[in-house]
Design a binder for this molecule. Structure first.
Ligand SMILES: [Cu+2]
Length: 474
């Protein structure tokens, strides 16, 4: 098997499209040569070299699978196999995926395309591929046992159908799903509309990624596949912040972002600085009368969302899952809350036994981002990311929408940090602070508690001592 290296590498070279290598007559008789990709960078959009034209998508930290036309049929070759995925710089995981990556490559076709996909199984167990959301013959739906025998190890199966419905789809195994999806097997599928579509607007930039989650112990390489809820790595396309590339756009671009959720919980996806409309799901385009503006949209398990907006505000805007635990990387979740706990006494006793003992979280967890704690090798820091004004204190499902006036059309290179215009940044107040006034409520409880011992409970509050805050009382 050959690895074609005619891909442009990384965000640095992303402005030009690649061409699919010419396929010889002899090769046309056989199945298409598989194309592999092992770099975790965001690859240039694949301008269609053959077949019907369309405006291609950009897969965040991923790529689109080239195809060949064989007598009017668009042929792809997916190879299911173990892969090494760099989830963030300095942190690699042993996953399963397709064609050298987890997730697998994005498949882009056009409404009405006759599609043939060869799937070769190089996993240590059988598999299938289910084409999530597609209208297709029942025998092509990929549910092992129900619609087909599973693809045995070492064998190649052929799926063939017409892409009937334009929209946002995904693919994943439907055989030993719990293992294979926990190991990272999934990919994006776009069916572009055949021409102008009344409900699918043309956009300047179209980004896609899948939400996935892993449970990899600090220092380990392989996900624990039995985990149902307590995952410690929340990723987009098997990358965690700061390993997720920014979504770079030109000011006033019409932007579409599509995402699908293959984790075990919902993700409220939140965009700063702009409102968007949910313009479609894996069920199809949303009727215009049913769209409303949002800044957060929840994606339930197994759902896909397509959001559209005009990126008219310059800046570096956070874009993330709004569950705060999902913007964290690997770390035990069973750390007790120590905010406000007075440690001084007990520290003296502990350090006699464990000299290196360190208290965590006495003032909140922000210290964790700056502290250079010794971590096991191959561990993503819990929260990190150096911004222009300090640590971003994020991990997991977090990236940025970077909107720039001078970004060239089709240029996806990271423009660096946004230069804030003078006088437009939050600043420190250096005047005096008034004493707080206590609010006196005039109301009272309507219902009197019965059979409840009425006893005043004293709760202590600890506040940091600040100069000029003389009026603070407990
Ligand atoms: Cu989330």
């Amino acid at each position: 098997m050959n690895t074609r290296r005619n891909f442009l590498t990384g965000a640095g070279a992303i402005t030009t499209a690649m061409a699919t290598a010419a396929v010889s007559k002899a090769a046309m008789a056989a199945l298409p040569e598989p194309v592999l990709q092992t770099r975790p960078d965001t690859m240039a959009p694949l301008i269609p070299p053959t077949g019907r034209p369309y405006n291609p998508v950009v897969t965040l930290n991923g790529w689109t699978l080239p195809w060949r036309m064989n007598q009017g049929v668009k042929e792809f070759h997916l190879v299911a196999e173990p892969v090494v995925r760099e989830m963030a710089p300095g942190f690699k995981a042993h996953l399963w995926g397709y064609n050298g990556q987890s997730p697998g490559p994005t498949i882009e076709v056009v409404e009405g395309d006759h599609v043939r996909i060869f799937v070769t199984n190089k996993l240590p167990e059988h598999t299938t591929v289910h084409w999530h959301g597609q209208r297709l013959p029942n025998g092509m739906d990929g549910v092992a046992g129900l619609n087909q025998p599973a693809i045995p190890v070492g064998k190649t199966f052929v799926y063939e159908f017409v892409a009937r419905r334009p929209g946002t789809f995904m693919y994943h195994p439907h055989a030993d799903e719990m293992t294979q999806m926990a190991m990272g097997m999934m990919g994006f599928w776009i069916t572009h509309p055949r021409g102008r579509h009344p409900l699918i607007d043309e956009v300047d930039r179209d980004f896609v990624f899948l939400l996935n989650a892993y449970d990899i112990d600090p220092g380990a390489y392989t996900p624990k596949i039995m985990t149902m809820l307590d995952f410690n790595l929340w990723s987009w396309n098997s990358r965690v912040f700061p390993g997720i590339d920014p979504l770079v756009v030109r000011q006033n671009d019409k932007v579409r972002i599509r995402f699908g959720n293959l984790t075990m919980t919902n993700h409220p996806m939140h965009l700063h600085g702009h409102e968007f409309f949910v313009t479609g799901t894996d069920g199809g385009p949303t009727p215009r009368s049913a769209r409303w503006p949002e800044v957060t949209t929840d994606v339930a398990v197994g759902q896909m969302r397509q959001i559209d907006f005009v990126a008219n505000e310059e800046g570096d805007w956070a874009f993330h899952c709004h569950k705060s635990h999902h913007t964290m990387n690997a770390m035990g979740h069973n750390v007790p809350t120590l905010i406000g706990v007075e440690h001084r006494q007990i520290m003296r006793s502990i350090t006699k036994v464990i000299p290196d003992y360190m208290v965590m979280g006495e003032r909140g967890m922000a210290d964790m981002a700056e502290m250079d704690m010794p971590l096991p090798d191959n561990t993503a820091k819990m929260m990190t990311g150096e911004g222009p004004f300090g640590s971003v204190e994020m991990g997991g499902m977090f990236s940025m929408l970077k909107v720039r006036k001078d970004q060239k059309p089709g240029d996806y290179r990271d423009p660096g940090w946004y230069a804030l215009p003078p006088g437009t940044q939050a600043y420190e107040w250096t005047g005096s602070l008034p004493d707080p006034k206590r609010f006196a409520a005039a109301g009272g409880q309507t219902m009197k508690a019965q059979n409840m011992p009425i006893k005043e409970v004293e709760v202590q509050v600890r506040k940091p001592v600040m100069n000029g805050m003389g009026g603070m009382q407990h």
